[in-house]
Ligand binder design. Sequence first.
Ligand SMILES: Cc1cc2nc3c(=O)[nH]c(=O)nc-3n(C[C@H](O)[C@H](O)[C@H](O)COP(=O)(O)OP(=O)(O)OC[C@H]3O[C@@H](n4cnc5c(N)ncnc54)[C@H](O)[C@@H]3O)c2cc1C
Length: 413
Amino acid sequence: MEYSGENLDVIVIGAGVMGSSTAYQTAKRGQNTLLLEQFDFLHHRGSSHGESRTLRSTYPEDYYSHMVIESSRLWEEAQSEIGYKVYFKTPQFDMGPAHDTSLQAVISSCRKNKIPHQVLDPSQVLEEYSGRIQLPEDWIGVITELGGVVKPTKAVSMYQTLALKHGAVLRDNIEVVDIRKDDVRGGVLVYTKDGESFWGKKCVVTVGAWMKKLVKRVTGLFLPIQPLETTVCYWRIKQGQEGKFTMASGFPTFASYGKPYIYGTPSLEFPGLIKIPVHGGSPCDPDKRTWAPAATSLDPLKVWIKETFNGLVDSSAPVQTQSCLYSMTPDEDFVIDFLGGEFGKEVVVAGGFSGHGFKMAPVVGRILADLVVGGEAKGVELKHFRVGRFEGNANGNVKGFEDQVSRTELPTC
Ligand SMILES: Cc1cc2nc3c(=O)[nH]c(=O)nc-3n(C[C@H](O)[C@H](O)[C@H](O)COP(=O)(O)OP(=O)(O)OC[C@H]3O[C@@H](n4cnc5c(N)ncnc54)[C@H](O)[C@@H]3O)c2cc1C
């Protein structure tokens, strides 16, 4: 569909899960919305493609737990509007050394927020999972009911379809190269690589791993959002044991707070395989990826799989790997804020989802729509997500940040 670009209320740049859920939210509120994407829709070059993302409420920080609870409700609302499922509920199982401070903070947060949970010792874990999960003696396990798997490509497609249904215009293969304030009409002008321009009253920038590049080009401001290339690994469940690792058999989504930090989902997308990656990756330029599996040793992961799953999963080597991008901030909190400066409240940026944003896409879309439509977001404390927390680092000099992102493992997912 050709689009003239007149009378737009909101231009959303970047059609990953965040941009797509935002376009849905703004279109649903009657805003004339245009969603622009540099590649094909549903491409595999960003962060929102693939077959599974975990949803869990077990965060040490209360503000994320609240967002997950709202997101879970919004996932269900959206899927009842579209008529198919993208969110499959399972319990979440967190495990780690009993004294691990993050795991203890998770337990405190569950108590404080009245999130139903059980804390189990290793023998109780063995019994609960009928011998499928085995923990070292000094570890504990925490089961929470609010968990599940979201199917990413299907979920992005759902939000794009719902946005269209509510009247949004979607265009792909359009790279945005600049955003300028329109001093004559007010609002903003969005310029593309092909020489087109679009005028809109407001603009939302959700460009994932390209955020640092685009913001630098538009404002000169350095936003410390570092892309990491990460590798997802799938492992073969031993013959005859496949049924024990499915959702139907009660197998949970899981995270291990030991070193390295490991996470995974029940066997789902590839029958007989289970997804078990290490959380982390290597710093990269999103336009110059290697696409190669991580160069770091998988030995600690292999040992963990062998011991934790009681020899039921073949830990000799992954049978499939996939490449994906994280966008890390120094503190691993999101960036959700007005761009500020000459743009005031006309441009909103959302990025730096630091490998744990997918589950939050519905609430992030709601917040971004609140910000562009009403100038403020209700029911959420945005102070943790402000651009201003990086102030003083205008030259890209965030203390310790390069060291941090060059580590192979990171603490959340
Ligand atoms: C392997 C892996 C596992 C993960 N696991 C989990 C998990 O279990 N649970 C969880 O909650 N989260 C998880 N995450 C994180 C989650 O997937 C991301 O936080 C989320 O997908 C980020 O979405 P996004 O829309 O910000 O970025 P993206 O999906 O990358 O979307 C940004 C879009 O902007 C486009 N764009 C960029 N520049 C321009 C431009 N100039 N003009 C036009 N378009 C542009 C890009 O092409 C891209 O399509 C995982 C991530 C990875 C990689």
